[in-house]
Write a protein that binds this ligand. Structure first.
Ligand code: GCU
Length: 596
């Protein structure tokens, strides 16, 4: 019966064309750019009237007869980068289209080609230059770029972007999330200038399972003949040359003596690629990460992941975090907690956050927002998820800090979902076989007695590392229920308890059995830590959550006020009692590394 069913599902697997290769320009920050950040003119367009009215033409009345019912210059403004919800009280709950306009003067320098680059736009973006459609993108948390070489003019230009954060059931994420649907041009916007043939992307990492061999590739854009490319790592006396094929692609493998990157020693090397009159520099760490039974090995040694989950919510001011200051505060708090690991839930964060984790020596779990229930049977939805995975990997595949690609969170157990996730897991592995594929699951059964819990989600089969969210003491039973519970998994794989937690507004005090108090949250952490330490396959944890964050699902007045209050730190930066409970445990764990 089971085998037949297997066949049926394979037959019914979602036939979708694999996404086209990423055309993302890697490491934009190291390129020649013209920033378009700053003040943009905006028109709020709840009925999306602007498409028919061609707002993208940014037209002025020709004469006093001419009817034009919009005027960017007379309209309000918004800051870019930045979500619109936290910039104006009137836009806090706004979901819909907003049109952005920005005029700029352009003078072509010696570099022949120009691209319009967006760090992210939530959720859907239609991009126009000088009234001409340049391209569209969907997915709120990954970068995209369009070539504008032929469309940008010497002198005055204007770019118009329609951004629409309306939720859709076939989107990724879909209709329901426990985070605020911050809309807008939430990250950097810039013009990137490159030579006619340029280094579009590269992958320079240690070969899988090797500590002395670098294996990678380089991809040129615009090549019409074989080109010489040089890879240099001066501090490791590496200088290698490769010749690309006609399409500008070349693979390489060579030996190198390197100081391995680790949380204790986050060594980054200056890596320079040059060829075809282009040159790109990057800061890259080299480390290996793999599993061995239920252990996670970093550079061949078992490591215990002392982690915390977080949201890309700006500390103190609220809104989508995007700046180096935001990143430094959030990762600084994780470091203060004693973490060597952060779970960046539930969507790709800004690139600088990952680069900062590289510098700080924090291991990173990156995730795409396949969150709760989405349209599992829809091949277009699978394609969107794969494209988000493709672009996340393309953006961060040279970051030593990133060790996990998570394909989703708390997805329901059903055959269509498992088939969808199976395809997503193999797609991610195809694109990067040097990192570990994971997902956060929350489907476990009570087997063999009320106190035994078994994580047996079929998705586990397709993962390298199992993530498990459990809310014993908050959504499931009293805090003390944890004391009796024995956890097992159906797989001989490392387990990360990717979420547990309790809500408590900062400063709310009472007895340890009173919900919504710091004492309750602290007590829950104490019982959880004792329970989790007993799990043989436990390789790490990332409790929920670093800081209180905005959520449309949390209306409890006077307590939540549209914030999820499970933070160990309030949105105002105040540390709750449980912060110190976890900090104490992590200090103990750091002092007693796991057995070899
Ligand atoms: C879930 C989910 C989180 C959510 C949390 C909570 O498990 O993964 O996104 O915020 O639980 O309920 O607080």
């Amino acid at each position: 019966m089971k085998r037949f069913l297997g066949l049926l599902f394979v037959a019914a697997s979602i036939a979708n064309a694999a996404p086209s290769p990423s055309n993302l320009i890697a490491n934009v920050h190291a390129r020649t750019t013209i920033s378009l950040n700053g003040v943009w003119r905006v028109i709020i367009d709840p009925y999306e009237n602007g498409l028919g009215a061609r707002f993208y033409e940014n037209r002025k009345p020709k004469d006093k007869q001419d009817l034009v019912e919009y005027d960017f210059d007379a309209s309000g403004t918004l800051q870019v980068p930045g979500d619109w919800n936290s910039q104006r009280e009137s836009l806090l709950f706004y979901e819909g289209p907003i049109w952005y306009e920005r005029s700029f003067s352009f003078h072509r320098a010696e570099l022949a080609r120009s691209f319009l680059y967006f760090g992210a736009a939530n959720y859907q973006a239609r991009v126009y230059l000088n009234g001409k459609a340049i391209g569209e993108h969907q997915g709120g948390f990954t970068p995209f770029n369009f070539e504008i070489t032929k469309d940008v003019r010497e002198g005055d230009n204007f770019v118009v972007v329609e951004v629409n954060n309306t939720r859709h059931s076939d989107a990724v994420p879909a209709l329901n999330t426990d985070w605020w649907n911050y809309g807008g041009l939430t990250r950097d916007v810039a013009i990137v200038e490159v030579p006619a043939t340029f280094i579009q992307d590269y992958f320079v990492q240690l070969a899988k399972g090797s500590q002395g061999q670098i294996a990678g590739w380089v991809k040129l854009d615009g090549a019409t003949q074989p080109e010489q490319v040089t890879i240099e790592i001066p501090e490791a006396s590496v200088k290698q040359q490769v010749t690309t094929d006609d399409h500008g692609y070349a693979e390489f493998k060579f030996a190198a003596q390197l100081q391995l990157w680790s949380p204790e020693n986050p060594t980054l090397y200056r890596v320079e690629l040059s060829g075809a009159r282009d040159r790109v520099q990057d800061q890259i760490g080299f480390r290996t990460v793999e599993t061995s039974g239920t252990k996670i090995l970093l550079n061949g040694k078992p490591i215990f992941l002392r982690g915390i989950s977080m949201h890309e919510e700006a500390p103190f001011r609220g809104g989508r975090a995007f700046s180096a200051e935001d990143d430094a505060v959030l990762l600084g708090w994780a470091r203060e907690l004693g973490c060597n690991f952060v779970r960046l839930a539930h969507y790709p964060y800004n690139e600088d956050m990952i680069r900062l984790a590289d510098q700080m020596g924090l291991l990173v779990w990156e995730e795409i927002p396949v969150y709760w229930d989405i349209d599992w049977q829809n091949s277009a939805t699978l394609q969107i998820a794969e494209e988000q995975m493709r672009d996340l990997i393309a953006r961060d595949h040279n970051r030593a800090a990133t060790v996990f690609w998570s394909i989703g969170n708390e997805t329901p157990v059903n055959p269509a979902r498992t088939e969808f996730m199976k395809q997503l897991a193999s797609y991610a592995r195809e694109r990067d076989s040097t990192r570990l594929i994971t997902a956060a699951m929350n489907h476990f059964i009570a087997n063999a007695g009320a106190n035994n819990r078994l994580l047996d989600d079929p998705l586990g089969e397709y993962l390298d590392v199992l993530g498990m969210n459990e809310y014993v003491g908050w959504y499931n039973g009293p805090i003390a229920a944890a004391d009796e519970l024995q956890w097992k998994t159906a797989y001989d794989k490392p387990l990360i308890v990717s979420e547990f937690g309790a809500g408590a507004p900062f400063g709310a005090h009472g007895s340890a059995d009173a919900r919504w108090t710091e004492e309750y949250q602290t007590s829950l952490f104490q019982h959880q830590i004792a329970m989790l330490r007993k799990i043989p396959s436990l390789a790490g944890m990332s409790p929920w959550v670093l800081m209180d964050f905005r959520s449309p699902r949390r209306p409890l007045a006077g307590v939540q006020d549209f914030y999820n209050r499970k933070g160990l730190i309030s949105d105002r930066g105040q540390r709750k009692q449980a912060f110190y409970t976890l900090q104490k445990f992590y200090r103990e764990m750091a002092a007693a590394p796991p057995e070899q």
